[in-house]
Each structure stands twice: as structure tokens, then as C-alpha cells.
Design a protein around this ligand. Structure first.
Ligand code: HQG
Length: 226
């Protein structure tokens, strides 16, 4: 079967506009030729990547930093329907399916949906009890940052700064990417988790890419060679 897809902003046939594409959406028109020689076409709506990022950023802001008029419980959950109404005030074309898609298709698992509620898994500045499961196995974790911050961290340890937790990465590659958000030349620090844990530090797994802890003393942190 021969298949190809084109992306258009409106669907026009013989000069007649049949469909105007909704704001924040991408129309993908797939044409395929079946083995019987029939020409088939399929129209698929998807949330445009940029719009997906904007919605994700707004949801992150609400669930991590300022829920505004949303009712948030002690564990950081809000009703998915309430969140949807709020998001729709800014992104009117978003429906529940698309909101769930934004949450579930994000390359980092920033949020979790449990029943009819949703919350951010990490990154909070507001005081919520996320009650993550403590990790007792992981031996080393990484932290990517700027060279200026790294110098401070090697002296004073890792501190949560504006957030509730220090955020750590399970691999040096992920830590490098985190550091890249701030600088072109990130420094990757390695945390001796086994040693820190044996002296009372506790580490929690938020997602497959993010671990958190309250504070890491400087003596358990080293700089990785570039
Ligand atoms: C630095 C993103 C000086 C620390 C990421 C960092 C992450 C110190 C900054 C998550 C310090 C805090 C969090 C000390 C720490 N002296 N600087 N003693 N201790 N710092 O944003 O780890 O995309 O709170 O190095 O991927 O950059 O939003 O932490 O530079 O997982 O889902 O203080 O956010 O996830 O900054 O990022 P942040 P982070 P999302």
C-alpha cells in the first residue's frame, strides 16, 4: 500500500473551503492506494506540537506553582474537569481527549491522572504532599546545571532553591539535557546515593526520568569529567 500524508491549514477542494482548521490543531490528510486500486483518504486531527507545549506549560504552571481558583487537595490533585474548564478559557478548542493526550504523550511524564483527578508529579513550589515512593535501590544519580551553580553546589550541597525538592536524573545523559535548558555547556554532577542514604538522606522516584530529595550534602557530590 502506498501512503503519504500532507499537513494543511485548511481543506479546499475546487476552490471551495470545506474545512477551516481549528486553532491549535493540525489537520493531517493521509492518502492511500489499496491493493484493489482504490484511493482512500483519511483526515486526522492532532494537537499541533507548539500548542501541545503551550498547554503543557500552562498545566505545569497551574499544578506546580499556582492553581488560582482550582480546588487542589493536600496531595496536589485537582478535578480533571475543573482543570479542563480552566484550560479552555485560554485554549478554547481543547477537549478532554486532547488534554489527556497532552498529559500522556509528553516526552517527560510530568503529570499523573488517577480516576477523575490530575496532579503534577514533581516540580512544585506550592506546599503539597505528593507522597512519592521512596527508592531504596538506586546507587547513583546525576544533576545537570551551569558551571556557576555547580561551584556553589560543590561547596554547599544541592538545595531545592525555589522548589520543594532537589531534582535529580537517573542517567548522565538526562542530566546533561536538564543542564542544557540553562546553558550550552552544562556541568554534570554525580551523587553517591548509597553513601548519602546510609547517612540519612532519602530519595524518591517521581518518574522514570526524575528523582527527588530534600537536600544533598556537598560531601556526596562530585563533578563528572567533561
Ligand atoms: C541550582 C525540569 C546554587 C540547580 C527539569 C538548578 C528537572 C543551586 C537551580 C526539573 C544550588 C534550581 C527541575 C546551590 C541547586 N547553589 N545553585 N546550593 N542547589 N542549585 O529548576 O534541576 O521540564 O528548581 O542546579 O528537567 O534545573 O519542568 O531545578 O540549576 O527535572 O518537567 O538551582 O525541572 O523538568 O532550578 O529542574 P530548578 P532543575 P520539567
Amino acid at each position: 500500500m502506498l501512503t503519504f500524508a500532507v499537513c494543511v491549514s485548511k481543506l479546499t477542494i475546487l476552490g471551495i473551503e470545506l474545512l477551516t482548521i481549528r486553532q491549535h490543531h493540525l489537520l493531517s490528510l493521509s492518502l492511500s492506494l489499496s491493493s484493489a486500486g482504490q484511493l482512500c483518504f483519511e483526515v486526522v486531527f492532532a494537537l499541533e506540537n507548539d500548542a501541545r507545549i503551550e498547554v503543557s506549560k500552562y498545566v505545569s504552571y497551574l499544578l506546580r506553582h499556582d492553581p488560582e481558583d482550582l480546588e487542589m487537595n493536600d496531595e496536589g490533585f485537582v478535578e480533571l474537569d475543573q482543570l479542563l474548564s480552566k484550560v479552555r478559557r485560554r485554549f478554547p478548542t481543547i477537549d478532554k481527549k486532547l488534554l489527556v493526550e497532552v498529559v500522556e504523550l509528553s516526552e517527560r511524564r510530568r503529570f499523573e491522572i488517577v480516576g477523575d483527578k490530575i496532579r503534577a508529579l514533581y516540580g512544585h513550589t506550592i506546599n503539597v504532599q505528593v507522597n512519592l515512593k521512596e527508592d531504596t535501590q538506586v546507587e547513583q544519580l546525576y544533576h545537570g546545571t551551569t558551571s556557576e551553580a555547580a561551584e556553589q553546589i560543590l561547596e554547599k550541597g544541592l538545595q531545592p532553591m525555589k522548589r520543594r525538592w532537589v531534582h535529580l536524573s537517573p542517567t548522565k545523559e538526562i542530566a546533561y539535557e536538564v543542564g542544557k535548558r540553562r546553558t550550552d555547556t552544562p556541568v554534570v554532577l554525580i551523587v553517591d546515593v548509597t553513601e548519602a542514604r546510609s547517612h540519612g538522606s532519602r530519595f524518591f522516584r517521581a518518574t522514570d526520568k526524575v528523582y527527588v530529595c530534600k537536600h544533598v550534602p556537598a560531601k556526596y557530590i562530585k563533578k563528572l569529567p567533561n
